[in-house]
Design a protein around this ligand. Structure first.
Ligand code: GTP
Length: 598
């Protein structure tokens, strides 16, 4: 009976189309949060999410809605991120839902991630309710967007709700449609427990907190639960829901979305996608779980202070609990000491992990420039995968290097097709085809090396199209390319953490670019430092950082004290992120300068 009144749904959208704002309005309308406690984007509770105005982690809240039919419904709303790096979070939250609100910006229309997210929802057999948001904007074109919804997505455009999350228009209609269009969950309450872990976080008091969708059966405090992937058993200490703060409950049953704690202290035991069952009355088969996600880019992460290596391991383990896409294994660098080679889904993901490590775990880190992984056929007939440029075998041992390629869908207004093609060509792209989406827009498809698009392709794309282009891509496989390893030598010593793999055709330009960038970013030392770029034993570019003569702070003795304090502070902060490489102090930016050159 209770189950009939449950609705589990997500909001999916292209980035910035207003998902989080709509979630805020829904929380307000259902009095889940008193007006006075309302801050913008309540569900984005990570400090990082607020600052950047993006959703990174999924969040689930329970809310109560008194519908026009007089009945009260229990909604579990699961917020999802919109950026392409975080698609895996989206697919995880969708697995816990029966339906989704599809938010489309009335001015921007259907974008690349709108489609990508729709495909995920369709894969999971979700009921999709289209919402055209931002109709308050003067540039809104709801009729055009309705057409796009029909043509590109195949949903009835007239079915779309016209709304403004900002101005609070259409919110009640959205809630009513959740009740009428999205099916109630169906799981059997009497069956043995089957709960899908879709997220988990570590809490130093309660241990691992499992966020679950109960598919079948029920769970309450005192039950013995079992994790089906490894047979580990725990006694349940608390169950509850997020509303949006944790609220304890007596039990959770089929259809519910909530949390379970069971004094789980070993992080390694829990894995998102695993099934929780009852130890005394176990389910026969585990739920399907999630497909494994493979990282696309790899980078070295090193503590600036070598003594913090174990703290870094501990922090990575805790983050991984909450971020299933993060991979890491120990790495030793001659230049940087002991650290980890980490795998990420993209640069934004990498950035987020770095910031979380520094903020939530108070670590000072040096990250090396990210790299994709290469498949290398050796002359001895063996084949290896190289995730770290420093580990690329000697040229004499290499028969062929292959790099990952993606198929990129670039949606863009007609007028910008030229600049998009120019950019893609410059990035070694291979034109595949071009489809007209409607009168105004085309989908340009290119095969591109992943290494060319992970860095600044998206930024370039945006600036070449006045922000109109949107991008989505998927890895299609590996292709042989004419690649070489480029080493950087500081003071005559090769610095392994600065090695990169480059295309032969661009090697000289890149070498020159990197050397001059390093010359800018590495501060003067009290001796002269030569910088060289080399391919094998051949030096392709060089520059010299001259020795400094006097203390730079001495120059700012006059002027206003505020400015002086600021400068000193800046230097101090800069200093923290330095690492002695041999005899040379190298700042974090220097490692990233490899990215800024092309
Ligand atoms: P991610 O969480 O990063 O995926 O973005 P999002 O889809 O959650 O978008 P968000 O809610 O952060 O909104 C993006 C921007 O659009 C913000 O500046 C909002 O204030 C604005 N916005 C959201 N809804 C409306 C609306 O109905 N009208 C107008 N004019 N602006 C809106």
């Amino acid at each position: 009976e209770r189950q009939r009144h449950i609705r589990n749904f997500s909001i999916i959208a292209h980035i910035d189309h207003g998902k989080s704002t709509l979630a805020d309005r829904i929380l307000e309308m259902t009095d889940t949060i008193a007006k006075r406690d309302m801050q913008a984007q309540v569900l984005d509770d990570m400090a990082l999410e607020r600052e950047r105005g993006i959703t990174i982690k999924l969040n689930a809240v329970e809310l109560h809605y008194k519908a026009k039919d007089g009945q009260t419904y229990i909604f579990h709303l699961i917020d999802t991120p919109g950026h392409v790096d975080f698609t895996y979070e989206v697919s995880r939250s969708l697995a816990a839902c029966e339906g989704a609100l599809l938010v489309v910006d009335a001015a921007q229309g259907v974008e690349a991630q709108t489609l990508a997210n729709v495909y995920l929802a369709v894969d999971d057999d979700l009921e999709i309710v289209p919402v055209i948001n931002k109709i308050d904007l003067p540039s809104a074109q709801p009729d055009v967007v309705k057409e796009e919804i029909e043509e590109m997505i195949g949903l009835d455009g007239d079915d779309a709700i016209l709304a403004s999350a900002k101005a609070g228009i259409g919110i009640e209609e959205i809630l009513e449609r959740v009740v009428s269009d999205i099916p109630a969950p169906k799981g059997d309450v009497e069956a043995p427990l089957k709960a899908l872990i879709f997220d988990s976080v570590y809490d130093s008091y309660r241990g691992v907190v499992l966020n679950v969708r109960i598919e079948e059966g029920a769970v309450q405090v005192g039950d013995m639960i079992e994790l089906m992937s490894n047979g580990k058993k725990f006694e349940v200490t608390e169950v509850g829901v997020m509303s949006p703060k944790a609220v304890k409950r007596d039990y959770l049953m089929a259809g519910d979305v909530g949390y379970i704690t069971a004094s789980i202290k070993t992080i390694q035991d829990t894995r998102v996608g695993d099934t929780v069952t009852n130890a005394d009355r176990p389910a026969e088969k585990a739920l399907e779980g999630y497909r494994k996600i493979t990282p696309m880019v790899y980078a070295g992460v090193f503590p600036t202070d070598n003594a913090k290596f174990n703290d870094l391991r501990d922090a990575l383990e805790k983050l991984q609990l909450n971020d299933a896409a993060l991979e890491f294994e120990p790495e030793t660098s001659k230049a940087l000491g002991f650290g980890f080679r980490c795998g990420f889904l993209g640069l934004l993901h990498m950035d987020v992990v770095q910031e979380r490590l520094e903020r939530e775990f108070n670590l000072d880190l040096i990250m090396t420039a990210p790299s994709v992984d290469y498949h290398v056929k050796k002359t001895d007939g063996t084949e290896i995968t190289v995730e770290n440029p420093a580990e690329m075998p000697d040229v004499s041992e290499i028969r062929e290097i292959s790099e990952p390629y993606v198929k990129a869908n670039i949606m863009v207004p007609n007028d910008y097709v030229g600049p998009v093609m120019e950019l893609a060509q410059r990035k070694r792209g291979e034109f595949v085809t071009m489809d007209y989406l409607d009168k105004y827009r085309v989908n340009v498809i290119y095969n591109l090396p992943l290494s060319e698009i992970i860095y600044d392709f998206f930024d370039d794309l945006k600036s070449n199209t006045k922000g109109y282009a949107s991008l989505d891509y998927e890895i299609t496989g590996y292709r042989p390319s004419d690649l070489v390893k480029m080493d950087i030598l500081l003071n005559g010593d090769p610095v392994d953490a600065l090695s990169t793999i480059v295309h032969k055709e661009f090697a000289y330009d890149r070498g020159r670019g990197v050397v001059s960038k390093l010359k800018e970013t590495i501060p003067r030392q009290n001796f002269e430092v030569p910088i060289q770029a080399a391919i094998g034993t051949k030096i392709i570019s060089r520059a010299t950082i001259r020795a400094y003569r006097k203390d730079v702070t001495a120059r700012i003795h006059t002027g206003d004290p505020d400015r002086r304090a600021k400068l000193l502070d800046k230097q101090k902060r800069g200093k923290k992120r330095m690492k002695a490489v041999g005899s040379v102090e190298v700042p974090q930016e220097a490692f990233m300068s490899l990215l800024e050159v092309n």
